[in-house]
Design a protein around this ligand. Structure first.
Ligand code: FPP
Length: 247
């Protein structure tokens, strides 16, 4: 099926996921298949990022969350880390105008203190520049780990209890959710992972509690909007029960 036909079907079906999250995986294997250095796989993956952003806007998705760099990725060779940091800067420099024009609000989420100063500055500037946009929220998770995010929320809550601003018994699911990077954003309805791996890899553990999972065999640099549409069409056939029985 061609992209316009898929899009028409998605609209016909009607149940559009509000929030789609993607674990972008397989850049290294894409590069190895071509005897290229790994950073060229990441570079090629930038085009796929553009494709899914455009695809998400066409479908009418409200929030798109992309896992670009995990806390564990800091253990990769220095050259690869440097390449990823400069790619982030390059992505922002190249795409900022387009993202702003398309009405995308970009949020860079994670332990940003560890980013290189130019990458952190570029991220802060883009977030500020697009803060008023509301067509699509694009969450770029960088230097992010879900357990660390939950630990941070627990520390904030402990501090508030210690200071007497709340009682331990007031801590509920909302109290935790409000202290995650995704505060105020609906949970993902659909989590996609590319490259055939079947793991969550410490990505939005709290938030994906009821997300539908879609594992695509396609390596991230080969992921085009048709792949996103295929995932959404598959999602539209799922029977989401949230632990209940069907009506
Ligand atoms: C996983 O592939 C991918 C990453 C660690 C980086 C993702 C980065 C991009 C798509 C480009 C930058 C985009 C933005 C928005 C800054 P892998 O290296 O783990 O692949 P492998 O499992 O095949 O080795």
């Amino acid at each position: 099926m061609k992209a316009p036909e898929m899009l028409a079907r998605i609209r016909e079906n009607g149940a559009i996921p509000r929030h789609v999250a993607i674990i972008m995986d397989g850049n290294g294997r894409w590069a190895r298949e071509r005897n290229l250095p790994r950073p060229l796989g990441h570079r090629s993956g930038m085009k796929s990022v553009r494709e899914v952003v455009e695809g998400a806007i066409e479908v009418g998705i409200e929030v798109l969350s992309l896992f670009a760099f995990s806390q564990e990725n800091w253990q990769r060779p220095v050259t690869e880390i440097q390449a990823l940091m400069s790619l982030l800067e390059e992505y922002i420099a190249r795409e900022a105008d387009e993202l702003a024009a398309q009405g995308v609000r970009v949020r860079v989420l994670g332990d940003l203190a560890r980013l290189t100063p130019p990458a952190a500055a570029a991220a802060a500037q883009l977030m500020e520049r697009t803060a008023h946009n509301d067509r699509l929220v694009l969450n770029l998770f960088i230097s992010y780990g879900s357990r660390a995010e939950i630990v941070r929320a627990a520390q904030q809550l402990a501090e508030e209890v210690r200071a007497g601003r709340m009682a331990a018994s007031d801590i509920d699911e909302d109290a935790i959710a409000e202290r995650l990077f995704t505060a105020g954003v609906p949970d993902p309805d659909l989590l996609i992972r590319t490259s055939g791996e079947q793991r969550i890899s410490n990505f939005m553990l709290w938030q994906v509690a009821y997300a539908e999972l879609y594992m695509s065999p396609v390596l991230w640099p080969n992921f085009r909007r048709q792949e996103l549409y295929a995932a959404i069409l598959d999602f539209q056939n799922r029977d989401r029960r949230f632990g209940r029985v069907t009506a």
